[in-house]
Ligand binder design. Structure first.
Ligand code: FES
Length: 577
């Protein structure tokens, strides 16, 4: 793709700085107030560096330093960097869930870019929702944009054992509850599981979404796999700063990069990594911002032909650090061969195919060959049936195979508090064949669709050796979780989806090969239960939550706000004079 180079007077920032009027006097004098001479910025691309760093985001600790490296690159390339702090979305700390605020970050990113004199932007994210939030906002504004992935943290370590984020938390928590490890040993896991800056190093939502961003073409090639503390991460931060300046001069925008084929590449990548189920919600939302009609059904279609090649926890054995040493995402994409459309443009101006040409696998147990995949297909699956008319999601690669076809009686919890109060009750009528159902855990009802979907197995069954059961909810599940968990049931129970009408003892049938989720009651009975149902009171009475509960879409549509999800008609530039 040949792009014409802009002249300085074509820059968007020229409208703030270049005019000879009272407003521009104000912009220039106040920039001088910050210690910049006109030669620092006049006629140069002004680059926003949207930084999700904060003192409570442990995954982005290194962004305080990385932003300096990004700025160094921008200066080197003849741009003018402006760091802009935006909502941090710290996954472990923000309640009830960062998902409630993903759209908040997207709105903030879009409006910051719209309202200030920026010509392009670097998006610094990684911890789960920061990646989709930043991408959604930048796509809607459609200025030249490049994504800087935080990079995974180092492997966890405890007593000589490798620990993986999330996955080993759930594993050792189950062992503690089963009485097979001590409190002291549990404390040891706590101090060793997260021992460096960087996002979760399993194939959780963070690793999944940063890899998807690279496959989309929004990140410099190879960057998503580099551990956060590796010096090559810092080098790539500087290169990212250099690159965005040229993207401005050539006006290379998200709309030039994001196509149905580039989203197929991202979906195929997620599937080949056995990535987080959260990627379905996020990629659908990101695609709709770009005007690409990506559906959950497309994930299922591609899952049937995409082998799982990334042998990474929770579905596999290794961690992101191993993945990087084995060749990283470039090597995996190259191995996918004809399943990837290499003709798609990326942020460095080259095609994805050019970027991955010659990439080699250095350990083919970590990155499997197509002739020897971890799983032949079905990294994710989309289910439908009378219990989920608009779909539900499951991760077959991370569940016990005996449950792929299963029928069992429902044990229903009306909300999270009900489940927490009763799940370990010795008197609870539940067996390993039961199907655990959690209601009111969706986008509106929970609120914010928290990651509650890996519903706990009752302690008495854990002690009896049960480690997996069929569990169903309208919640999401952490990408680091595992088990036969049916998630994202749409429409959600809180707004009157069929999940609201399941009763204890109803027979639920999961048939993964048929992609079916069925409640064994008649249509008439289901209709009668719905007629007798009273909608629950909505959770928010003020603030951002009111906007959320009025406008959030269901999981199959990406949980964006209905007034934001359409492709932006224009950049919506303000009249600055
Ligand atoms: Fe930040 Fe997992 S807590 S990515």
């Amino acid at each position: 793709m040949t792009l014409n180079r802009k002249k300085p007077e074509d820059l968007r920032s020229h409208r703030w700085y270049g005019a000879n009027d009272l407003r521009s006097f104000g912009h220039r004098s106040r920039t001088a107030q910050m210690g910049y001479h006109a030669s620092d910025y006049m006629g140069k691309p002004v680059i926003a560096v949207l930084n999700t760093w904060s003192e409570i985001n442990s995954c982005h600790t290194h962004f305080r330093q990385r932003v300096e490296e990004v700025k160094r690159g921008i200066w080197q390339a003849g741009g003018f960097p402006v760091e802009m702090p935006v909502m941090t979305l710290a996954e472990p700390f923000q309640k009830p869930t960062t998902m409630l605020y993903r759209n908040f970050l997207a709105m903030e990113a879009e409006e910051v870019l719209r309202s200030y004199p920026f010509d392009g932007c670097v998006l610094m994210g990684g911890c789960d929702k920061t990646t989709p939030g930043l991408l959604m906002g930048a796509i809607s504004m459609n200025l030249p944009a490049i994504f800087l992935p935080a990079g995974p943290m180092l492997r966890g370590d405890w007593h000589g054992r490798t620990l993986g984020s999330g996955s080993d938390t759930w594993k050792y928590w189950a062992e503690l509850r089963a009485g097979t490890i001590t409190e002291d040993e549990w404390k040891g896991v706590e101090s060793g599981i997260a021992r460096s800056p960087g996002h979760c190093m399993t194939m959780g939502t963070a690793s999944t979404m940063t890899s998807a961003a690279e496959a989309l073409g929004m990140t410099l090639p190879g960057f998503a796999s580099i551990p956060a503390v590796d010096s090559r991460h810092a080098q790539h931060a500087s290169l990212t700063g250099q690159r965005i300046v040229d993207m401005v001069w050539t006006d290379l925008k998200p709309s030039d990069i994001l196509t149905p084929a580039s989203f197929d590449n991202a979906v195929t990548t997620v599937l080949a990594l056995s990535g987080s189920t959260n990627a379905i919600v996020h990629l659908v939302a990101v695609a709709r911002r770009a005007g690409v009609p990506l559906t959950t059904a497309r994930f299922d279609e591609l899952a049937r032909v995409t082998p799982v090649l990334g042998n990474i926890r929770p579905a596999g054995k290794y961690l992101m650090e191993d993945f990087f040493y084995a060749g990283g995402l470039r090597a995996l994409l190259a191995e996918l061969g004809d399943l990837i459309d290499g003709s798609q443009l990326t942020v460095n101006g080259a095609t994805l195919g050019e970027n991955i040409a010659g990439a080699a696998i250095f350990n083919d147990d970590v990155i499997r060959r197509r002739t020897h995949p971890l799983v032949q297909n079905d990294g994710l699956a989309v289910l439908t049936g009378n219990l989920a008319p608009d779909g539900a999601v499951i991760k077959p690669a991370a569940m016990e195979a005996r449950l792929l076809r299963h029928r069992g009686p429902a044990v229903v919890f009306r909300d999270y508090a009900d489940m927490a109060a009763r799940i370990d009750d010795e008197a609870l009528d539940i067996t390993a064949d039961s199907v655990i159902v959690l209601q009111h855990a969706g986008p509106v009802g929970a609120p914010g669709m928290p990651e509650w979907g890996q519903l706990p197995i009752p302690q008495k069954l854990l002690k009896a050796g049960v480690r997996d059961m069929v569990r169903i909810s309208d919640a999401r599940m952490s990408g680091t979780s595992y088990g036969a968990c049916v998630l994202h049931v749409a429409p959600e129970s809180f707004v009157g989806g069929p999940l609201a009408f399941v009763k204890d003892g109803d027979i639920v049938e999961l048939d993964l090969p048929a992609r079916r989720l069925h409640l064994g009651v008649t249509d008439d009975e289901l209709a009668a239960r719905k007629a007798a149902w009273t909608p629950p009171k909505r959770p928010f009475e003020r603030g951002f939550g009111v906007m959320h509960q009025l406008h959030v879409t269901q999981a199959d549509k990406g949980c964006d706000f209905d007034f934001l999800e359409e492709k932006a008609a224009t950049g919506g530039d303000p009249d600055i004079h």
